[in-house]
Design a binder for this molecule. Sequence first.
Ligand code: NAP
Length: 254
Amino acid sequence: MSTRPIFVVAGVGNASGTGAATARLFSKAGYRVALIARDAKSLQDLASQLSESGGEARPFVIPSYAPQAIRDTFSAIRKQWPKEKGNEIRAALWNAAAVVWKPFLETTDEDVKEGLEVNVAAAFAFSREIIREFKTNGLNELGKRGTLLFTGAPASVRGDVTTSSFAAGKFGERALSQSLSKEFGKDNIHVAHAIVDGYILTDRQRASHDSSWETNHDVRLDPESIAKAYLYLANQDRSAFTWELDLRPAHGSL
Ligand SMILES: NC(=O)c1ccc[n+]([C@@H]2O[C@H](COP(=O)([O-])OP(=O)(O)OC[C@H]3O[C@@H](n4cnc5c(N)ncnc54)[C@H](OP(=O)(O)O)[C@@H]3O)[C@@H](O)[C@H]2O)c1
């Protein structure tokens, strides 16, 4: 039986961004991967791709990021890889985000509700499941029980002219990560947040930039480079845990 640690990532989109790049890198580093996202086809394709490259990955399609759906997904992960058979979740990434960029007076009740539900309430539900899992782990060779990572944005620390709703949610996610890092550091659980301060080379950003942006490595973030920072965090030992990283391309930020 394989006893490789499990990495859980929520938010894989169409597999062109940070969620998928991190899944690929953690898989290469020896983790089994539980992929959570809403689009069944992208998830299945990514899981097959990881398995074909020698990894072990399973897709867990989620209908929405409602707290109950997150709890149900963890039950499904545990059905796939039961704890009593020695399967341990050792790393996790909360990468999903409901992104609303609108002037304040155009921001609807629905935008605010969705932003707070996905960026805050769902992040709470995901963290609760992960922290409960980590608490059942013994200490590993790094002296920790697990690493919980959050993808932040400039809106995690700064409101702007079109981010009243988005920033409210991202501030909440960052506050959650900081609180968890303090509360559960004492249990040797490592919680870290990354402010990703720039546009990431995803299919969506490709479509909204001209081709010079895509080919200029100085001005955009590669998902693979963010994934490297996440693996570095997961490999930190208990004597020096980073809570927050600030990542930006060489020539600037958002
Ligand atoms: N792209 C950028 O330029 C940029 C810049 C700074 C920070 N970020 C942060 O990076 C993370 C996303 O990573 P990524 O941009 O590289 O793309 P990604 O890995 O492809 O992930 C996109 C994520 O957005 C989720 N999503 C989009 N709309 C949503 C909605 N209405 N409700 C729930 N989930 C929604 C997708 O969920 P499904 O997987 O379920 O489809 C997916 O998790 C977010 O935390 C974002 O704040 C992005």
